[in-house]
Design a protein around this ligand. Sequence first.
Ligand SMILES: NC(=O)c1ccc[n+]([C@@H]2O[C@H](COP(=O)([O-])OP(=O)(O)OC[C@H]3O[C@@H](n4cnc5c(N)ncnc54)[C@H](OP(=O)(O)O)[C@@H]3O)[C@@H](O)[C@H]2O)c1
Length: 257
Amino acid sequence: MTANGIEDLPLAQVLIVGGNRGIGLGFVRRLLQASGLERLYATYRSQPSPDLLALASAHPDRLSLVQMDITDEAQIAAAMAQIQSQTGCLDLVLYCVGFLHEGTIQPEKSLQQVEAEPLLRYFQVNSIGAVLVAKQVLPLLKQSQRSLLACISAKIGSIGDNQTGGWYGYRASKAALNMLMRTTAIEYGRKSPKTRVVLLHPGTTDTGLSQPFQRSVPPDKLFSVERTVNQLLEVLAHLPPDSSGQFFSWDGSPLPW
Ligand SMILES: NC(=O)c1ccc[n+]([C@@H]2O[C@H](COP(=O)([O-])OP(=O)(O)OC[C@H]3O[C@@H](n4cnc5c(N)ncnc54)[C@H](OP(=O)(O)O)[C@@H]3O)[C@@H](O)[C@H]2O)c1
């Protein structure tokens, strides 16, 4: 599958936050094929993966790797300063960071499993990192004639859609992400009116994040990274007017908060 209309996206200067693996790495790989791309900055938390390093050595003129742990605002600011020193402007920022399981943290099946420390970690990585990036990247997005900040959320973070319960920390952190970015979209509307801010649900995608939970997913509902990336780029290329501050699914349909 290919993404139709992707060349209509503002693609000259692109930043992928969380470009080291999974969906973020898929965006890096795909956008390096786009003819309108001049420079792509891809972030990794501490060590670039072999796949990201291979892309960087194959595309030295177009791909720059930037270290950034989004739990440390000083690192976010340093990464933005590094980008600022190379380009005055960003046209497209895709925020792809997130976790569902990490070390001993597993999604909670019942209230008995809910604990403060894992909850804080979910909020730190899945919610707070994105709004700190939105804060630090505003001066770069503002310089573009037409820019886009898209954050990967999850339908499971929809409060209105929650029929099955469970996964307290992941759900709540994605709901918080949605509120933080909706609020960001309103402020960007005043301070950077040419920037649209949207949230995207990628659909269940075959990455390390979903891997332990894939057994219950019907094969036609488990997307390859390539498929998800193309679907999400197509959604971004065809965003309706007044879409800033909205939450969209992988097929372009709006999702309830
Ligand atoms: N896969 C799915 O089925 C699915 C479904 C719905 C929503 N999503 C959402 O889609 C997004 C991407 O998920 P994925 O499936 O691609 O997951 P993944 O393969 O596990 O990749 C996670 C990414 O997040 C980065 N990351 C995690 N913690 C970080 C931190 N503290 N600082 C900086 N980067 C950090 C990782 O960077 P390093 O490699 O450098 O650590 C990696 O690039 C997430 O927001 C996820 O919640 C995924």
